[in-house]
Design a protein around this ligand. Structure first.
Ligand code: URA
Length: 482
């Protein structure tokens, strides 16, 4: 009997999901059902506690059948990488229609593998919306979870936080908190389920209530004083602030108590700073190897969702000279090393001409993941936004803290922003040292990709200026080492 024949004519099938965030289960069932040619309108997806769950034996799903099983040699199911990436996230949304929507799209992809490329398609748009909402919710969780200290009878410290996610994101974000707070015993309580980490193992428990979480302790004071100190009255953007930190989160955040006063008095700094504050609080990795490991899992900005690998800096851990580029490109992402593609080759040539030994320098990037737009098979470079550079800055600073270069050469505006935390004009900044707060000197020049885009005399002129910048850096490094 073929898989087709096993499908009961006119039957309505119901798939009972075991958990609202079980994407792997959905994928498995969806694959089998597509292989058995079950059309989307003959299928319902029911999550625990959902409508279909209540009425599973009577009501709308009374005619429910056992799910058909595909043959071993059933044709494979096709799904683009983009679809799978978006679907994995969209499945965490709280929209009860999401699994049906994803199945419909997967069904359509079998006859039209490029269906996801139609940006105006209502299904594609809805999947993108769900993905965006889930990413935003995860971002909020990363930024706004605040731990309170709880005294445990044996004298050890336990930290407990309360968070109210909009979507089923708690389990999916466990890894983020394990990496960030690996050495702490902590619990994150939410109405959608709780996570508990004891430094070694992760445990889950059912939903909690706000009253289960402790309120107020010295950590709050720490947050409050931190927030007040970073508050910049010159830059109030209440709209942006509310968008970044909806009022719903205020009650969980000690520093939020200060906000009304601070706003009333003047203007507030964008509250993205609070998230940055959370990072400042974080312990910096103790070695370059630890950074290399940690950036793999970093999801602090959306670039990492591009499905690329993180590219770590390379070079001697005590280099005098650190060279900083913008972000890995296509080749760097494939090879896992900075500056190995066309820009890297030009950089190597120019460094050699200037007498700078690349292998003696520590070479890295302001942003650790490759940001691109997929065009057919090609991945086209996209410049990182200022916010993305600022988010990744923490890693660059962590590298700088360990390597302690005495001279840092920024190639291009993104690199300069990554080092200074603000935008500078290359034409004004180049050719002279800028003091960094740790005493190192920052020198700024253009990015080699800029030279690659120029032709004729412009190429020659700018090439000569770049060579002169490198020569000045070479001379200064020699002085610093001498
Ligand atoms: N461009 C950069 O800025 N960095 C690289 O590693 C490669 C290209």
């Amino acid at each position: 009997m073929t898989a087709m024949q096993k499908v009961s004519l006119g039957a309505h099938y119901v798939v009972h999901l075991q958990a609202p965030d079980d994407f792997a289960f959905w994928r498995e069932r969806a694959r089998g059902l597509i292989q058995c040619d079950v059309p989307p309108d003959r299928l319902s997806w029911v999550e625990p506690g959902g409508m279909g769950d209540l009425f599973a034996t009577e009501g709308p799903f009374r005619g429910e059948r056992r799910l058909p099983v595909p043959d071993d040699d059933a044709r494979p199911v096709r799904a683009s990488k983009r679809f799978m990436k978006l679907a994995r996230n969209a499945a965490l949304h709280s929209d009860p229609q999401r699994f049906g929507l994803l199945y419909r799209m997967l069904w359509r992809l079998q006859s039209n593998p490029r269906a996801m490329e139609d940006k105006a398609d209502p299904d594609v748009r809805r999947i993108e919306e769900l993905d965006k909402a889930v990413r935003r919710d995860s971002h909020k969780m990363h930024a706004f979870v605040r731990f309170r200290e709880v005294r445990v009878e044996d004298g050890s410290r336990h930290y407990v936080a309360w968070f109210e996610p909009d979507h089923h994101i708690v389990r999916a974000n466990a890894g983020f908190f394990i990496r960030r707070f690996a050495n702490m015993n902590w619990s994150i309580l939410t109405p959608r389920g709780c996570l508990h980490w004891d430094g070694v193992t992760m445990r889950e428990s059912g939903p909690a209530r706000r009253e289960d979480a402790p309120q107020g302790d010295p950590i709050e004071e720490l947050w409050k004083s931190y927030y007040a100190s970073i508050f910049n009255p010159a830059r109030l953007k209440v709209g942006a602030m509310l968008a970044e930190m909806p009022k719903k989160y205020w009650k969980n955040m000690p520093e939020a108590e200060l906000i009304p006063d601070l706003i009333a008095g003047a203007q507030a700094r964008e509250v993205g700073m609070v998230a940055a504050g959370a990072r400042e609080e974080r312990e910096r990795p103790a070695s370059l190897a630890a950074i290399a490991e940690a950036i793999i899992g970093c999801r602090d900005c959306p670039i990492a969702e591009c499905d690329t690998r993180a590219v770590m800096g390379e070079g001697p851990a005590d280099a005098t000279l650190m060279i900083v580029g913008e972000q890995p490109g296509d080749r760097e992402d494939r090879e896992g090393r900075p500056f190995v593609g066309p820009s890297g080759q030009l950089l190597d040539e120019c460094l050699a001409q200037a007498g700078i030994d690349r292998s003696a320098a520590y070479v890295t990037n302001a942003v650790k993941h490759f940001k691109f737009a997929q065009r057919g098979k090609r991945r086209l470079h996209q410049s990182p936004s200022a916010k993305e550079i600022d988010t990744c800055r923490w890693w660059l600073e962590s590298e700088r803290t360990l390597v302690k270069p005495r001279l840092v050469l920024a190639l291009g505006a993104s690199a300069a922003r990554g080092l200074l935390g603000k935008t500078v004009s290359i034409s004004q900044a180049r050719g002279k040292p800028i003091a960094l707060e740790d005493g190192a000197e920052l020198w700024v020049t253009v990015h080699p990709s800029y030279l690659l885009r120029l032709e004729g005399t412009a190429h020659e002129e700018q090439g000569a200026r770049f060579a002169a910048d490198l020569a000045a850096v070479k001379a200064r490094v020699a002085e610093l080492e001498g």
